[in-house]
Design a binder for this molecule. Sequence first.
Ligand SMILES: [Mg+2]
Length: 125
Amino acid sequence: MRALVVDDSKAVRSILTRILADIGFGVAQAADGVEALSELRKAVPDVALLDWNMPNLNGLELVVAIRRQGAYDGVKLMMVTTESETQQMVRALDAGADEYVMKPFTKDVIVDKLELLGFPVRQDA
Ligand SMILES: [Mg+2]
């Protein structure tokens, strides 16, 4: 299983990368929406975790850009958002996001959401 973590915070990218690696994902990272599209062209992941507030395409714009391309139809998109952005989540879900988690998140929440999306995460992790 492959995951792409997109966040302009290096700390958040590191935390998410560790969680995902622990439960069996190979993880690529991108620091903004433009970098994310470039990573997607290199390798198509099974799931992408997308920050909302980022330079060079925010999370919502990135969802729209990804869903515009049929080649990425199989990529599950999980928004990682803050409470102040939750009212806008409906726009991301309308645009094709599959799930969302709120910051600050825990490993358990990330694992639960990945299971909801159908990923066979390692229970012993
Ligand atoms: Mg951000």
